[in-house]
Design a protein. Structure first.
Length: 93
């Protein structure tokens, strides 16, 4: 079953990449548990985020991205306080 343009589930419930078939998660309860993760400065998110986050908050703000381990397609991006838990828990169940 297709979840979105990048993710689909197999008959046995695993989540795989729609482009290369790499396994991203053992189930829809943890669909991106095997994704590659990268964290960097929030200003790396592009031209829409130019200002220094310190002007607006005392918390560090970071850019977090998840990629397919097989073909490196970008699966998710979030700009979030760096002291929050790593990658929010996603579930499709």
């Amino acid at each position: 079953m297709k979840i979105d343009d990048n993710l689909e589930t197999t008959d046995d419930g695993r989540v795989v990449c729609s482009h290369c078939g790499a396994e991203l998660g053992k189930s829809v309860h943890e669909p991106l548990s095997a994704a590659l993760r990268h964290e960097s400065a929030s200003t790396n998110a592009g031209p829409g985020i130019k200002a220094d986050p310190a002007l607006f908050t005392d918390r560090p703000i970071v850019l977090r991205q998840q990629f397919c381990p097989g073909c490196l397609v970008l699966l998710s991006t979030e700009v979030t306080p760096g002291d929050e838990p790593e990658y929010r828990k996603w579930t499709f169940a």
